[in-house]
Design a protein around this ligand. Structure first.
Ligand code: AMP
Length: 249
């Protein structure tokens, strides 16, 4: 069984993001970028399935600018066997990524595609679902456990109020939630080893996919700053404020 994983380069989750002066988006110049955390979980899950002998190969795909090669290298260091960079300087929205990934699925014929449940830059949570739609494959999103056997994948999903277990036939799309696993620490030897793994670069334009954005960002605003707090002298003063100022009791 071949597994394809999708990995996106995003602003590192430790960076406090700043809005660009013209409010057109978030500043990415001179900012630390990393693999989307949910995608690390996806690559780890795929790698564990290969290590367990359930999968034979893990291919990591990233769509974007040449710098996205970094996250492919990270995926290879975690354990993916091969990488594909679908290169474009175009701004990619989820539908465009889903279309590009579909061309890779058509080409690679994996039985399972594991994506992150969402990219932490735009929080779209759409690509996996759109890819399933384009391929007409079943999908199991927000996975916190995956078990593959006999042509089906059993997925435990994190839903409001608890856990739901679903079974879908392969080929299928799964999107990873954070509790699926704890991605391994990428060591220097694994980074060195990853340098020898094959990576292919494909010009997105050669795939004949329309990546024109369907949405226009009108404006990006910083959240309102928090008002300073106050210290109340005693419980009675606190209750009084909650009653008469905050009006919450
Ligand atoms: P989103 O729908 O943008 O929240 O992204 C959901 C998931 O789709 C991510 O966690 C990735 O696995 C995948 N994805 C999104 N954008 C890209 C991209 N440019 N290249 C590769 N995978 C992507």
């Amino acid at each position: 069984m071949k597994i394809l994983t999708a990995v996106k380069r995003v602003v590192d989750y430790n960076v406090s993001v700043r809005v660009k002066a013209d409010k057109s988006g978030v500043e990415t110049n001179g900012v630390k970028m990393s693999m989307n955390p949910f995608d690390e979980t996806a690559v780890e899950a795929a790698t564990r399935l290969r290590e367990a002998g359930t999968a034979s190969e893990v291919v990591a795909v990233s769509c974007g600018a040449p710098q996205s090669m970094d996250v492919i290298r990270t995926a290879l260091a975690i354990g993916a066997d091969r990488g594909i960079l679908v290169q474009t300087e175009a701004v990619l929205q989820p539908l465009a990524v889903a279309k590009l990934l579909k061309t890779m699925v058509d080409r690679e014929q994996p039985q399972l595609v594991i994506l992150g449940k969402q990219a932490i830059d735009d929080d779209a949570n759409q690509t996996g679902q759109m890819l399933a739609g384009l391929l007409d494959w079943p999908q199991a999103t927000f996975a916190s456990a995956i078990e593959v056997s006999g042509g089906v994948v059993r997925v435990t999903r994190e839903v409001d109020g608890g856990l739901e277990t679903v079974e879908v036939n392969l080929p299928a799309i799964v999107t990873a939630d954070l509790r699926l696993n704890e991605p391994r620490y990428v060591t220097l030897p694994s980074i060195m080893k990853a340098k020898k793994k094959p990576v292919e670069t494909i010009d997105a334009q050669s795939l004949g996919v329309d990546v024109t954005p369907q949405l226009k960002t009108l404006s990006v605003e910083e959240p309102a700053g928090r008002k300073g707090g106050i210290i109340v002298p005693d419980v009675a003063a606190l209750v009084d404020k909650l009653k008469h100022e905050a009006k919450v009791i």
